[in-house]
Design a protein around this ligand. Sequence first.
Ligand SMILES: [Zn+2]
Length: 435
Amino acid sequence: MMIRLHDTLTREKRDFVPADSGRITMYVCGPTVYGRAHIGNARPAVVFDTLARLIRHEFGPDSLVYARNVTDVDDKIIASAEAEGVDPSVITERYERHYLEDMRALGVRDPDIAPHATREIAPMVAMIARLVELGHAYEAEGHVLFSVLSDPDYGILSRRDREQMIAGARVEVAPYKRDAADFVLWKPSAPDVIGWESPWGRGRPGWHIECSAMIRAHLGETIDIHGGGLDLIFPHHENEIAQSRCAHAGAPLARYWVHNGFVDMGAEKMSKSLGNIVTPAELLAQGHRGETLRLALLSAHYRSPLPWTDALIAQSKAMLDGFYRKAADEPGEIDEGVVEALRDDLNTPLALSRLSALEGATLKASAQLLGLLQGSAAEWFQGDADAIAIEARIAERAAAKANRDFATADRIRAELKADGIILEDGPGGTTWRRE
Ligand SMILES: [Zn+2]
């Protein structure tokens, strides 16, 4: 069986046939770097990393060019920089570094190409100028807007009607817009705000044009796979499609559109604006291992919602304990059943249940295809032994404090610190993290 992927554009599972199996192109919308990534942000990184591993297994290690952008100019970044009184680059470099650390901890390999918006202004300006020249965009009061009514295919991805589109885009009502659904390609920057010279004055790009221009610059007019979270279908990906098709004589932007579902906290989607986030950094600091979080993120099918709970983390850890007990330290042949499950629209729950029936060198190799069992069993269980020992010391310290023996309590804290373990006392008790 060949790989089959659910394509959001056609709403069906299709055989994955790349345009050039020697150079398969995949683009995934990456982070806007102004804060720490949460588990919901980590899901696409882990899902598309797993798809990249599968494609390389099927077509060869050098068959894929995987690009994931870094949005390093954005109103939220500008606001953070102003709040801290620093240059925006201080914010973006800090949070890009954290993002890469957090994703690597989850076993996510760095993409082949990581284009940064601030370094790709010229191709964006060129694409905007082309859209203006072709009558698909217009200048108004220092802004350049995409004219939605100029594109009869606008809406092909999200299949929304006009009312839903205008409501869903939450677009600003602005007097200079010809149509309420028109969206910004370029906007003016005040003198003290980050900006670049352009034919329309000093300003900065809108978010959507960034991906269209960088895809064109690094991968070509039409790519094989475009990925991202479900929330990007509209308006972001709809707008990417409109810009790219109109600039490229109708050439489709992507041959397969793949979207992952949300991570839920209780009844709601985990999101920064709802304030219900949990970050990989916090979970790792609590002593959970990156592989545990990765397995938890792969435990549901990527298109389904994933309810994030403590029980899920515990189950994932228990499953990995079982795998490490049964696996050999050296990988052997990959189990064909695991590969078949992944080929079927990345059915990771089925692949994990297949892994549970394996052992030895086959288990090791097959789990590694999902980015799991990267270390040795000795390292894995040593990590547990360390955690148990640290918890015992924390309990000893709590008992000392209860007896008002602060000298002992302080000594325990100092001894753990010497081993690189930091204790943090909070209302719920003491937690620990590695320095
Ligand atoms: Zn994008």
